[in-house]
Write a protein that binds this ligand. Structure first.
Ligand code: HEM
Ligand SMILES: CC(C)=CCC/C(C)=C/CC/C(C)=C/COP(=O)(O)OP(=O)(O)O
Length: 305
């Protein structure tokens, strides 16, 4: 009897999922974490010396909260298609672990808290730019563009590319051409990042009628687009050197990363291996992370020749 009680007491706890995990999942924490790395780099490159601690902390928490809120709104708006797609059907809303009402309240609270923190403790410019990015992703991309055109992620990608500029304005209270260069790098990186995954998950998107490029224009066309964007990314990644913002360490590091990206995109286009698409998607994440770490290293460890 004691044994039965014990096992029945243990079994449910093994499958029990803590609610906070569901809320955390709705904020897309790994995506937001990488965005916050680009925020930090934007902050550090904005000033020659140390970043003021209050701007660093409140800026990161505020931008992180509003990015997580944007992701939670995306979960709410997309819950019906998420329930059908193999990649997303286990998300908290389709699984019924979180109700729509609670998810909306959660997203609104995060939005409000993030905005007030940025407005009061960082600066209004950063608060409004972050709010515009949230609207760009949650409203313009998710509610409209995603179902309207295969260029959805190209246009919507601007919202996801904004974080380095948000970091920059958090520290300086002004936008600068150099910050826009960092935005441009992420903007050009986004199509090959996403289309590589969309090639891998083409049938998911076709099933729910979302007009992603591999669905509307075919896989071969999308592979060509990915390859061409990888070349463009290689050029855009050189711009920080050409405008004198970054030095030799960045030149070497970014060139190696661009070379790897272009090679993998070339493999995807010209070698018939079904693993290449998901491989390039995963590499794109490593690439962006490494690129921003190299930008940061170059800023603090300039190497002259
Ligand atoms: C409109 C722009 C973007 C689109 C459409 C997009 C699309 C996606 C999708 C669909 C996934 C999910 C893959 C999965 O569930 O396995 C993903 C993953 C990811 N994306 Fe993006 N992305 C965009 C922008 C960005 C940006 C700007 C960043 C960072 C700066 C980023 C970083 C990541 C990371 C780190 C992951 C992996 C998440 C994980 O493993 O849980 N993405 N992206
Ligand atoms: C304030 C600010 C900087 C906002 C940006 C917020 C943010 C988290 C952008 C992420 C971009 C992203 C993962 C898009 C995929 O959405 P999807 O709907 O195509 O992918 P899914 O099917 O995985 O949900």
């Amino acid at each position: 009897m004691a044994k039965t009680l014990q096992s029945s007491a243990v079994a449910p706890s093994m499958t029990f999922s803590l609610p906070w995990r569901d809320y955390l999942e709705m904020t897309k924490p790994k995506v937001v974490a990488l965005m916050l790395l680009t925020v930090v780099v934007g902050m550090c490159l904005a000033v020659p010396g140390a970043v003021p601690l209050d701007k660093l902390v409140f800026g990161l928490v505020g931008i992180g909260a509003m990015s997580g809120a944007a992701a939670a709104f995306n979960h709410v708006i997309d819950r019906r298609i998420d329930a059908i797609m193999a990649r997303t059907h286990k998300r908290p809303l389709p699984e019924g672990k979180v109700t729509v009402g609670k998810a909306v309240v959660f997203a609104c609270l995060l939005t409000g808290a993030g905005f007030i923190m940025l407005y009061a403790l960082v600066n209004p410019l950063t608060a409004w730019l972050t709010a515009a990015s949230l609207v760009g992703y949650a409203v313009i991309y998710t509610s409209y563009l995603k179902r309207a055109t295969p260029q959805n992620i190209v246009i919507g990608g601007l919202a996801g590319a904004m974080p380095p500029l948000l970091g920059w304005t958090a520290v300086t209270n002004e936008w600068h051409g150099h910050a826009w260069l960092l935005v441009m790098i992420i903007f050009v990186w986004t199509p090959p990042h996403f289309w590589a995954l969309a090639i891998h998950r083409r049938d998911d998107y076709a099933k729910v009628g979302v007009p992603m490029l591999p669905v509307t224009h075919g896989i071969s066309f999308t592979k060509t687009a990915v390859f061409l964007y990888s070349l463009l990314l290689g050029v855009v990644c050189l711009l920080p050197v050409l405008v004198g913002m970054s030095g030799n360490l960045y030149l070497v590091g970014s060139s190696v990363l661009s070379g790897m990206f272009i090679y993998k995109a070339w493999q995807l286009k010209y070698q018939d291996n079904p693993k290449h698409a998901f491989g390039l998607f995963k590499f794109s994440i490593v690439h962006l992370m490494a690129l921003f770490i190299v930008l940061l290293s170059d800023h603090y460890l300039p190497i002259s020749v």
